[in-house]
Unconditional design. Structure first.
Length: 125
């Protein structure tokens, strides 16, 4: 499911030839899901809920490095939307990893609408 939500976001970016495309968003979403699934599956998240929060915080900071690399290219700041899609893909993966797969699917659909539909309205502003 995490690969699917990442693919929904990534396919839109890939169609526009953006830096963070299909594979990047799929892998970020999948990796985020795995990082939260591990403490859940081995049982430590049930014993100490803070561990799950630390895993999620680790995902957030790790994705920051990917986003930074997406934004800073050629000593110029570009690609803020691509970095934001990587960030949202991570959050969708976290949601799916925590068992909130419907939240992940709805979030992916909303993200697709923002990227695809809002872009058309943005051009008229």
């Amino acid at each position: 499911m995490s690969l699917l939500v990442g693919a929904i976001v990534g396919a839109e970016r890939e169609a526009r030839n953006k830096a963070a495309g299909l594979r990047t968003n799929m892998l970020v979403s999948f990796g985020a899901a795995l990082f939260v699934l591990i403490p859940i599956e081995i049982g430590v998240a049930q014993d100490n809920p803070d561990i799950l929060g630390r895993a999620i915080a680790g995902v957030i900071s790790g994705v920051g490095f990917i986003g930074g690399g997406t934004i800073l290219r050629d000593s110029r700041v570009r690609g803020l939307t691509s970095a934001a899609t990587v960030w949202i893909s991570a959050s969708l993966g976290v949601a799916v990893g925590c068992g909130l797969w419907l939240v992940g699917l709805v979030g992916a659909a909303v993200t697709w609408v923002v990227l695809r539909i809002v872009k058309k309205f943005e051009q008229h502003l």
